[in-house]
Design a protein around this ligand. Structure first.
Ligand code: AMP
Length: 395
C-alpha cells in the first residue's frame, strides 16, 4: 500500500515523501481512513509505530483550506492535540509543521516553562492547530487567551500516560469546555480499564483500532542485561563506552541527583555526558536534547521524564543504568531506540536488589532477557533467574 491510496492531498504526499516515508505503517493504514470519514477513534498504538502521522495527516487533510486561507476568528483554534509532557508536545508540533510544510495552516505548542505572554500574542489572530500540555492549556483558557467554540478535532495522545501523571481532572475540565459536535481521537499505548473509561466519557460510538494490544518491545531492538554489583555500575558503563567504542547512548537513571553524580563519574574517566531531567529549565532541556540529537553530545543521562517524547531518528542504544519502575516504563524507555523499524540495542544493568523489578519486567515481556557477562566485572551478589508469572503488588 502507498500513501497515495489513502485520500491525502498532493501537498501532504509531497511533504511525507520528502521525509522519506515510503509506505504507511499499520496504524496509519488503519487510522487515516477512519479519521477522514469523520468518525471518533480510540487506538492502541505505542510510540514508534508512526502514530503521530496517523492522526496529524488526516487532521491536516480535513483542516486544509485549499486556495483561500480559512478565516480564523481571533483567539479561536480548530484542532487541539493534548500531550502529557512538554517534550512530546514540542515533538508533535514539529511533526505538524513538517507535514503541513506545503499547506496554509498554522500550528502552535502551548507548554509550561515557556513565555506565556508570547504564547498569548501568538493566539490573538487564532491558530489552526494547538498542541498543548493540559496545565498550560487550562491556564490559557482561564485567562481567556483562547476559546474553543470553533474546535473541530480533539486528540488525546498517550492517554495512559496522562492518567498515570494525574491529569484526569484537568482533562475533564478541558473536555467540559469543548463543543459537542467535534471529532475526538484518543491514542494510548495500552487500553487499560481507566483509559477505556475515559474514552467512554469522551466519545460516542468510537471505532477501536488495536495495533499493539499487549505491550511488547519492537522486535528490532536487541535486549540484553548485565548483572553487576551496585558499586561497580559506573565503572562498567565507562568500560563499555570505551571498549565497545560506543558513539551514542541514552542512559536512564532513577533520580535527578544520580544523573548529576553519574555525569561526574563519567567525566573523571574522560567521558563527556550531560543530564536531562525535570529539574532543568525548559531552555536547557531543549538545548541538551538538540545537542544530543545532532550528535554534538554523545551521552545523555536522563530520568524517566525523557522516556516519552524523545524521538531521535537513529538512536542506536539505550542503557537502563537503573532498572525502571513500574515495569511498563521499561517498554517506553527501550522504545527510544529501534524506532520505525531501525535497529537498536537496549542494555540493562541489574543488581541483586533489582530482582523483583526484573521479574516484573520479564513477566511483562513474556520472556527472559538475554544475559551477558563482561570480563573484569564478576558479581559478588548473584541475581537469580526470574519467575515469569510474577505479579507486582499494587502500591
Ligand atoms: P511515532 O510513533 O509517531 O512517534 O513515530 C516514530 C517515528 O517514525 C518518527 O520518527 C516518524 O518520523 C517515523 N515515521 C512515521 N511514519 C513513518 C512511515 N510511514 N515511514 C517511515 N517512518 C515513519
Amino acid at each position: 500500500m502507498s500513501f497515495s491510496t489513502l485520500g491525502l492531498n498532493d501537498s501532504l504526499l509531497k511533504a511525507v515523501s520528502e521525509l522519506g516515508y515510503q509506505t504507511p505503517t499499520a496504524i496509519q493504514q488503519k487510522a487515516i481512513p477512519v479519521i477522514l470519514s469523520g468518525k471518533d477513534l480510540v487506538a492502541a498504538a505505542q510510540t514508534g509505530t508512526g502514530k503521530t502521522a496517523s492522526f496529524v495527516l488526516p487532521m491536516l487533510e480535513k483542516l486544509n483550506p485549499g486556495e483561500e486561507p480559512f478565516l480564523l476568528r481571533g483567539r479561536s483554534i480548530r484542532a487541539l492535540i493534548l500531550a502529557p509532557t512538554r517534550e512530546l508536545a514540542l515533538q508533535v508540533e514539529a511533526n505538524v509543521k513538517a507535514y503541513a510544510k506545503y499547506l496554509n495552516l498554522s500550528a502552535l505548542a502551548l507548554v509550561g516553562g515557556s513565555d506565556i505572554e508570547l504564547q498569548k500574542q501568538q493566539l490573538v489572530k487564532g491558530v489552526d492547530i494547538v498542541v498543548a500540555t493540559p496545565g498550560r492549556l487550562l491556564d490559557m483558557a482561564y485567562q481567556r487567551a483562547l476559546f474553543f467554540d470553533d474546535l473541530e478535532i480533539l486528540v488525546i495522545d498517550e492517554a495512559d500516560r496522562m492518567l498515570d501523571m494525574g491529569f484526569i481532572d484537568d482533562l475533564n475540565k478541558i473536555i467540559d469546555r469543548l463543543p459537542g459536535n467535534r471529532q475526538s481521537l484518543l491514542f494510548s499505548a495500552t487500553l487499560t480499564d481507566e483509559v477505556r473509561y475515559l474514552a467512554d466519557t469522551v466519545y460516542d460510538d468510537a471505532v477501536e483500532i488495536l495495533i499493539s494490544p499487549k505491550k511488547k518491545a519492537a522486535p528490532s531492538i536487541k535486549q540484553w542485561l548485565i548483572t553487576v554489583d551496585k558499586d561497580k555500575k559506573s565503572a562498567l558503563l565507562s568500560h563499555l563506552i570505551n571498549e565497545k567504542r560506543w558513539n551514542q547512548a541514552l542512559i536512564f537513571v532513577e533520580k535527578k541527583h544520580s544523573a548529576a553524580k553519574l555525569v561526574e563519574q563519567l567525566g573523571k574517566r574522560g567521558i563527556v555526558a550531560d543530564t536531562f531531567h525535570s529539574g532543568k529549565s525548559q531552555g536547557s532541556r531543549e538545548k541538551v536534547l538538540a545537542d544530543f540529537k545532532s550528535g554534538k553530545l554523545q551521552f545523555l543521562v536522563a530520568t524517566g521524564i525523557a522516556s516519552r517524547g524523545i524521538d531521535i531518528q537513529e538512536l542506536s542504544r539505550v542503557v537502563n543504568y537503573d532498572l525502571p519502575h513500574p515495569a511498563e516504563d521499561y517498554v517506553h524507555r527501550i522504545g527510544r531506540t529501534g524506532r520505525a523499524g531501525a535497529s537498536g540495542e537496549a542494555i540493562s544493568f541489574v543488581s541483586k536488589d533489582d530482582f523483583k523489578n526484573l521479574c516484573a519486567i520479564e513477566s511483562l515481556l513474556g520472556h527472559i532477557i538475554q544475559r551477558k557477562e563482561i570480563e573484569g566485572f564478576p558479581v559478588r551478589k548473584a541475581v537469580p533467574i526470574s519467575i515469569l508469572n510474577y505479579r507486582p503488588k499494587r502500591h
